[in-house]
Design a protein around this ligand. Structure first.
Ligand code: ATP
Ligand code: MG
Length: 376
């Protein structure tokens, strides 16, 4: 490294000791001019060159935009500009690009360095490659979503087992009748009635199996799916469990059908978590009011709102948002407190959000997703 050149590039500002400290930093360090509209690199340290593949000669004199690309978070860049314009400290993370075009996750801060007259002379930025950290975080999230899916599968198996008892016993009775009829004189009309009964029951069981098989499929994040179909299929699977618990479900979907981008099965996992939570809340206390869960949708300009409202008494926690935290549960050893945490993560992956409020005698969850008006 030629210290004299760097000192000359920056002018008078860096003494030998500061320069040594910057050069030996494990994090990348950048200094740009203080021109907010068009900042120019005047110094980058060795860690920056190692992180990005750019040499000092490549980068000094260029605008930091050189590091941006298609996956750069431009909301974060807008926030950065706001901070730079007002001379405030900035801290954020985004995706940047190396000299060879490969993307990396970066966490960075920027501090303005003021000249005597109060004008910004330089911006100093410390940067850290957090690609590995992000990847680990992503894998950890995947694992949690997967674990939660296993729990949902257990929940659904239970519900299906319940649901099948009734048609299985109807089929068994019909078969017994047919067996007895074989020994005696066959009553053809009665036999036909029994056979159509069996066909009807197996059709119903088949629908449940198809819905369950669909739920078992691995998540495909880059598809879109029909909202009403997702609601229908999940209700098919839990219908019996809900009716055993005397819970009525009503749906007021605003339009015939709405297409949602993301994994249908992960979205069903969201619905299942909300439904089982409402069921648990109903069962936690005795109430004389009719138990009801209402689904409603509202398609706004740029987004779709899905509201799931119950009359199970409302959320007991304060602040109410605590319920979305990992491990928060009021169900003692009956709950792990992971359900709503996963719900939030899944919706975030779909660029959506969820909020909760207590309404008259119950809780209301509002899911907001980007609107895709085309029908599936
Ligand atoms: N519809 C609801 N009505 C009342 N309280 C609710 C409702 N939904 C969630 N809660 C509260 O939020 C808490 C957190 O819910 P969450 O689904 O994250 O965990 P859990 O249901 O307790 O456990 P798990 O889902 O892991 O089995 C619940 O323990 C309950 O106190
Ligand atoms: Mg739960």
């Amino acid at each position: 490294m030629n210290d004299k050149n760097i000192l000359a590039d920056i002018g008078e500002s860096l003494d030998q000791l500061s320069l040594l400290a910057l050069e030996h930093s494990f994090n990348a360090v950048i200094i740009t001019t203080g021109d907010v509209k068009d900042p120019i690199f005047v110094y980058v340290n060795t860690a920056f060159c190692e992180m990005t593949g750019y040499s000092r000669e490549d980068i000094v004199g260029k605008n930091p935009k050189i590091l941006q690309g298609p996956k750069t978070d431009f909301n974060e860049i807008a926030r950065l500009k706001e901070c730079l314009n007002t001379g405030k400290y900035f801290h954020g993370s985004t995706v940047n690009y190396k000299k060879d075009g490969s993307a990396y996750d970066v966490e960075w801060n920027i501090s303005p360095i003021f000249a005597h007259e109060g004008k910004i002379k330089y911006f100093v930025s410390f940067q850290k490659d957090i690609t590995l950290q992000k990847e680990l975080q992503r894998r950890n999230e995947e694992l949690m979503i997967y674990q939660s899916k296993l729990a949902s599968i257990g929940e659904l198996m239970n519900s299906i087992a319940h649901q099948w008892k009734q048609p299985l016993s109807a089929i068994s009775l019909a078969a017994q009748y047919m067996q007895m009829s074989l020994a005696r004189n066959l009553d053809k009309a009665k036999l036909e009635e029994k056979i159509s009964g069996i066909i009807k029951q197996t059709k119903f069981m088949n629908t449940t199996v198809t819905s369950f098989q669909n739920f078992l499929r691995p998540a495909d994040l880059n598809t879109s799916f029909s909202l009403s179909r997702a609601i229908d299929e999940i209700l098919t699977l839990v219908k019996d469990d809900l009716s055993v618990n005397r819970i009525k479900v009503s749906c007021a979907l605003e339009t015939a059908d709405i297409s949602i981008k993301g994994s249908e099965n992960e979205f069903k996992q969201v619905l299942l978590n909300l439904l089982t939570n409402a069921r648990d809340a109903f069962n936690a206390k005795e109430s004389s009011t009719e138990r009801e869960i209402k689904f409603s949708t509202l398609c706004k300009e740029a987004h779709l709102e899905i509201k799931i409202t119950d009359n199970a008494g409302g959320i007991p926690s304060s602040p109410i948002e605590k319920i979305f935290e990992n491990n928060f549960s009021t169900k003692a050893d009956k709950g792990t407190g992971i359900g709503l945490y996963i719900v939030k993560k899944i919706l975030k992956r779909m660029e959506g959000e969820i909020s909760v409020e207590n309404v008259e005698n119950g809780a209301r969850f509002t899911i907001v997703l980007p609107a895709y008006r085309d029908l599936v």
